[in-house]
Design a protein around this ligand. Sequence first.
Ligand code: PEP
Length: 261
Amino acid sequence: MSSNAPGAASVKPMVVGNWKMNGLKAALSEALAVDEALAEAGATVGSEVMICPPATLVMVMSELSGKGGMTVGGQDCHTAETGAHTGDVSAEMLADAGATAVILGHSERRADHGETDQLVRQKVVAAHRAGLVAIVCVGETIGQRNAALTLDVVSRQLAGSLPDEATAANTVIAYEPVWAIGTGLTPQVTDVAEVHAMIRSRLRERFGEDGEGMRILYGGSVKPSNAAELMGVDHVNGALVGGASLKAKDFLGIVDVYRQK
Ligand code: PEP
């Protein structure tokens, strides 16, 4: 299958690392190694490369990196700009710290914090208000897949989590089957193709040209050994990577899939 899906030839792929609740200051060397490798590769990189560390590292990582064009994102934000929300971080704070994007509606937040599509949509609005790109996660559980509900679930999450003002420039979708996250399991490429094609057609129906250009990442146990196959599926415009983004060598092995040799 070709990554140059019809109408998507101008879509620049994106490889995003999600460090989750991992990373002390000592881990910054891994992010810097990624940025340095990108600087060496220069124009041949072929994708936008981003790391989303824990909030504690966003500012220092964005200040130290950038030589190679690596960008930095957050992993969640509150809906409000400021206020009495102890422990929360606003989209404006992430932007102020140097983030250019924020992951929203990750399945771990949906499961651990009861985040609904409606709340995710409000967070996407907050991200846009602060000038951040919203990386919006959708995906089915294993029970839903076994009950043949995947397309319904993903379609419903997509409809509920995106505001009408989403554009190709301010929003990225990440399809992440919940059962593939951190398990080493991945769907068949035909299953990935089916879900990404459905997402593309829903985006087109709702957002027209913008829906055509909105990037759709695949996430769930992406590693250097399976990245080329997964990234080669139609309408897969990059990857959201958890575990394999913690080590520069592994993450760069995935980034390399888009390298123009
Ligand atoms: C993720 O948490 O977004 C993810 C895709 O994790 P992993 O790559 O470890 O499956």
